[in-house]
Design a protein. Structure first.
Length: 570
């Protein structure tokens, strides 16, 4: 029997092929899925490893020499004082350099004189793949190097710290080290706050007013130059909050380019015997303790005061050769009368006043590293007398400014701060003087400017009150009779005190060409304060008014008129 098998139909052949294709597609899809899954697993594993063991981006940047992200510093009005910006770095790939390497090294040395041509030539011939030529380069330098047309040179963007006001407030701001950490000043004090990721983009406001800072720097700098002084210092202080509106120490530096050792901050890191500026403090101690109860009480200043082998003299030209009452003691700045007052006050009460004003401790500020005052080790009778007029005890100018704020603000001592303070919540202080004592001191300090050695410190309409002080500069083994430290500490407007302004010049010289005939504070420091107040008073919200003043009428009759106004101004 013959069996006939029918050939497969077209439909059967097509169905088999389709099944084969589907099987192949499924296999490919499965392989692709496995590959995709493996890739995803690798990525997830890599991310996990990075999360667990990778170095933070900031740390990598620091390791590479890049500055970590850092917040801005602004003044009390929002003006920028320190900013983080994008800068340029210049690098080179030695293995990609083409052309004459010797000539390129010479051109680099001309454009970037930080290193010699030999140094650059060694880099170019090192065979390495990468080396920095200049970090944080200025745009002009980047353009000049780019013009060389060398394909092996690379330009990179990196963060940098910029102080847009150049050297203004340099001692307050400080600077960063090579790793981007605060090295000095408020950059160091605020380091954790400025680098806190949670505060990124939020500037930190200082108490400084850049307008007042600029004026104080300008006036002190001009005086230091004109009078050939070795150094200078100045501060503007809010008497009710302790805020520093301006702080100047000269010589200064540029925090954008630290090339030499940074000079010390004379306001906080140097101590001086500040002379007659201490006399109002001694008188305040006598009034506050009840040692003096009448302004008309007189003390013998007819001749030098002899104490053992020592004698207390009044400065030549300032002698009155008579008995002086309290206002006259300060107006004519009598060492003899002040010594007699302090002698009666006694060592214990004088030291107590100095301690209440913080003269036994380092100045308290966020800047840190303040200088410890030079406190006498033995308070014998002559030491007590001389300390009453600022000899034998040395403090920083910031100590003195804060003491004067306490004298005039109602008697409340407050710590000095470099941070902007909420006016509704001023820092807590402590009472150092009776309010009645402070009121009396405002009258007495005003008399010194109206009738005494502070006349050149007056700023018309601003009702200035203050005291001059001239002391021989300390030298090895004693004092240098040819150099002095001249200081004027003042407050304004004294009828409603708002600010203390202090100016100090170290070793000024007379300059008759500009009308400065003596090196005493009345001729050197007081005019600086007058100009600063005249320039900044309105900025600080104090309107000049010639019809207002403190009432010192009860004391005026007690002051004998000086027959020679020029002598009184000395």
């Amino acid at each position: 029997m013959i069996v006939v098998v029918a050939p497969p139909t077209r439909k059967g052949r097509t169905g088999g092929a389709r099944q084969a294709l589907v099987a192949i597609a499924q296999l490919r899809l499965m392989i692709l899925s496995l590959l995709f899954g493996a890739g995803m697993f690798a990525i997830i594993a890599k991310l996990a490893l990075l999360a667990l063991w990778a170095e933070p981006a900031v740390a990598r940047d620091v390791a590479a020499g890049l500055l970590p992200p850092r917040g801005d510093i602004v003044d009390r009005n929002g003006a920028p004082l320190a900013r983080s910006i994008d800068a340029w770095s210049i690098a080179i790939h030695p293995n990609q350099v083409i052309g004459d390497k010797g000539q390129l090294a010479q051109r680099l040395a001309e454009l970037i004189p930080d290193q010699t041509a030999g140094h650059y030539y060694a880099i170019l011939n090192s065979g390495g793949t990468f080396a920095y030529l200049k970090r944080r380069a200025l745009p002009e330098l980047v353009s000049a190097v780019n013009a060389l047309g060398q394909p092996g040179i690379e330009f990179r963007r990196e963060p940098d710290r910029l102080y847009p006001q150049s050297g203004m407030a340099a001692h307050v701001l400080g600077y960063l080290d090579d790793k981007g950490r605060g090295k000095f000043g408020m950059e160091r004090a605020l380091d954790a706050q400025l680098t806190d990721p949670a505060r990124r983009g939020q500037p930190v406001a200082l108490s400084l007013d850049s307008r007042v800072q600029a004026a104080l720097e300008s006036e002190l700098g001009n005086a230091m130059t004109a009078l050939q002084a070795r150094g200078a210092a100045g501060v503007v202080l809010d008497v009710h909050t302790g805020e520093v509106l301006a702080m100047v120490s000269l010589p200064s530096f540029n925090p954008n380019s630290i090339q030499t050792e940074v000079p010390r901050n004379n306001l906080t890191q140097s101590v001086y015997e500040l002379g007659s500026t201490f006399k109002p403090i001694a008188v305040a101690a006598a009034i506050d303790s009840g040692t003096i109860t009448s302004m008309s009480r007189r003390f013998d200043a007819t001749k030098p005061l002899q104490v053992g082998r020592f004698a207390v003299h009044d400065d030549p030209g300032d002698e009155q050769f008579r008995w002086l009452n309290i206002p006259e003691t300060l107006v004519y700045s009598s060492n003899i009368a002040t010594a007699r007052i302090v002698d009666e006050l006694g060592a214990e009460k004088l030291q107590d006043m100095f301690r209440r004003l913080g003269f036994d401790k380092q100045p308290i500020t966020e800047l840190g590293s303040g200088r410890q005052p030079m406190w006498p080790s033995f308070w014998g009778r002559i030491t007590v007398m001389t300390a009453g007029y600022g000899h034998g005890i040395a403090v920083t100018p910031l100590h003195l400014a804060n003491a004067y704020a306490t004298l005039v603000n109602g008697g409340i001592w407050r710590p000095v701060t470099m941070m902007k303070v909420d006016p509704a919540h001023p820092p807590a202080g402590r009472r150092a003087l009776k309010e009645s004592t402070s009121a009396r001191m405002r009258q007495l300090l005003r008399l010194i400017v109206l009738s005494g050695t502070g006349r050149k410190g007056e700023a018309p309409g601003y009702r200035v009150a203050g005291k001059t002080g001239t002391a021989e500069a300390a030298a090895e083994g004693g004092y240098d009779k040819h150099r002095n430290v001249s200081t004027f500490a003042a407050a304004f407007p004294i009828d409603a005190p708002r600010y203390v302004v202090l100016a100090m010049l170290d070793s000024p010289k007379a300059n008759p060409a500009i009308g400065v005939y003596r090196t005493t504070a009345a001729w050197t420091a007081a005019p600086v304060v007058s100009r600063v107040i005249s320039r900044t008073g309105a900025m600080l919200g104090v309107a000049p008014d010639s019809n207002r003043d403190i009432d010192e009428s009860e004391l005026m009759p007690l002051v004998k008129r000086e027959p020679d106004p020029k002598k009184a101004a000395q």
